[in-house]
Design a protein around this ligand. Structure first.
Ligand code: H79
Length: 421
């Protein structure tokens, strides 16, 4: 019988750190003086660089500033509950000590295993470790999917040879050599046949039965759904899910992409994801020396400070029931018998926010950050079967956060709304 995996940590977490880091980080999104679009981590393909040229990056990969302890402690301070590290991206280069392929970080001047360092720090500091592994694409292996510049057309490759001689043995290394792995993050399965995807799933489950598998293993074989990159669903999705999101327009480091998303934009995305029951996996792309870009640190520090005061509205929240109306002031998250009203657009005088059709009686309303009690009113109009719940906020002050959270404690935890029929 299929063992039920323990998903609680994932469902409670709601916020994780994605780390895209590899040989491509040295290229900084630029080839022969030109900015290459569509992700700095795809530069080998998007700039048409032959593998024999690209692999020379390994000769000068020496990220002496990479500090696993610092990244893990920052991730904690930023409010994240898990990290996902790119052990092998589409370029095929292993960012860990692999015995399966010499194309790995031990054969660089750095000669050190950053995954081992991250795994040790996660264990020490109490973060869950996740590992990204590109199971289908591998642009260094002649039979891996994707490299038609140096090798045969994809359809003419001996894909099972790559799969059984590189992908499976490397996934085994990852699950045997790094202690507890919370999740395996696969990507771009494209046309992989279902039998091989099932084989991959079975290997993961046999080595680490509680290790979650993301949806991009393909064919719904994962333990949760992976939404499209940077996309947030419109409707609540009441099964486990996650959306990976970039802080600028690339996953791997780019020196030319300074289009940092703003703190309030990311907090609103986080709330929008949590409202619908999902997790936000937010990305950083350290540079070729291992430094985390200042632009990401600035935003992540601010989100972390907001979460320190307002995390109760995020962690362990459940998928909220469908609200019958748009709420012009913001969004709502739900946990136990509490509703958290996230006020992104502060109302004008008399500073009132309205929520229609909530059926439960509210016991107490406070500002989450300060605990200050707020005045509220509930009414029911029998002829129209319509409930109204109004909260009077304090006068708007200068310097309030982008998301002021109002905590409404209800009498019961089976929160529901009268739907429009
Ligand atoms: O790891 C990160 C990305 O590298 C990876 N998923 C996240 C988590 C990813 N998968 N697909 N893509 C990135 C981008 C795909 C871009 C494409 Fe294209 C657009 C492929 C086809 C159209 C770029 C432009 C490559 C070919 C044309």
């Amino acid at each position: 019988m299929k063992k039920m995996k323990d998903m609680k940590w994932f469902l409670d977490a709601h916020y994780g750190l994605f780390i895209h880091w590899g040989l491509y980080s040295l290229m900084e999104g630029v080839h022969e003086g030109k900015e290459i679009p569509y992700g700095a981590e795809w530069i080998q393909k998007n700039a048409g660089i032959p593998v024999e040229e690209y692999r020379k990056l390994a000769d000068r990969f020496n990220p002496v500033h990479f500090d696993a302890a610092d990244i893990v402690s920052r991730a904690k301070k930023w409010g994240m509950k898990y990290i996902v590290f790119t052990a092998k991206h589409v370029d095929g280069f292993a960012m860990y000590a692999s015995k399966v392929s010499p194309y790995n970080i031990m054969n660089t001047p750095y000669h050190r295993d950053p995954l081992a360092d991250l795994a040790a720090e996660c264990k020490k500091q109490g973060l869950m470790l996740g590992i990204y592994y590109s199971q289908n694409q591998d642009w260094e292996d002649e039979n891996g999917w994707g490299n038609e510049l140096d090798f045969k057309k994809n359809e003419e490759k001996d894909f099972p040879k790559y799969f059984y001689e590189k992908a499976i043995p490397q996934v085994k290394e990852l699950l045997i050599n790094y202690g507890k792995v919370g999740l395996m993050w696969f990507d771009t399965p494209y046309t992989m046949p279902i039998e091989l995807c099932e084989k991959l799933r079975d290997v993961v489950n046999s080595l680490q039965p509680d290790c979650l598998i993301n949806g991009r293993i393909g064919y719904d074989l994962g333990d949760y759904r992976e939404m499209a990159d940077n996309e947030i669903p419109v409707l609540p999705y009441n099964k486990p899910w996650e959306t990976p999101v970039t802080l600028n327009n690339t996953w791997g480091y780019s020196r030319v992409d300074e289009h940092w998303k703003k703190t309030d934009e990311i907090i609103e995305k986080l709330v929008s994801v949590v409202e619908k029951g999902g997790n936000l996996l937010l990305n950083i792309g350290p540079d070729g020396l291992g430094n985390v870009p200042e632009g990401s640190i600035a935003v992540l520090d601010e989100i972390g400070a907001w979460l320190e005061k307002n995390g109760e509205s995020i962690y362990s929240a459940v998928c909220a029931p469908r609200f019958p109306y748009e709420n012009r002031w913001g969004k709502i998250t739900v946990r136990g018998n509490c509703l958290y009203l996230h006020v992104f657009r502060y109302p004008d005088f008399p500073y009132e926010i309205l929520l229609c059709n909530l059926q439960q009686r509210v016991k107490k309303v406070t500002l989450l950050e300060t605990g200050e009690e707020l005045t509220f009113y509930q009414s029911y109009e029998i002829a129209r079967n319509e409930y109204r719940f109004r909260v009077i906020l304090p006068e708007r002050k200068e310097g309030i956060p982008c998301d002021v959270v109002v905590r409404a404690e209800c009498e019961t935890d089976n929160l529901s709304f009268v739907q429009l029929v």
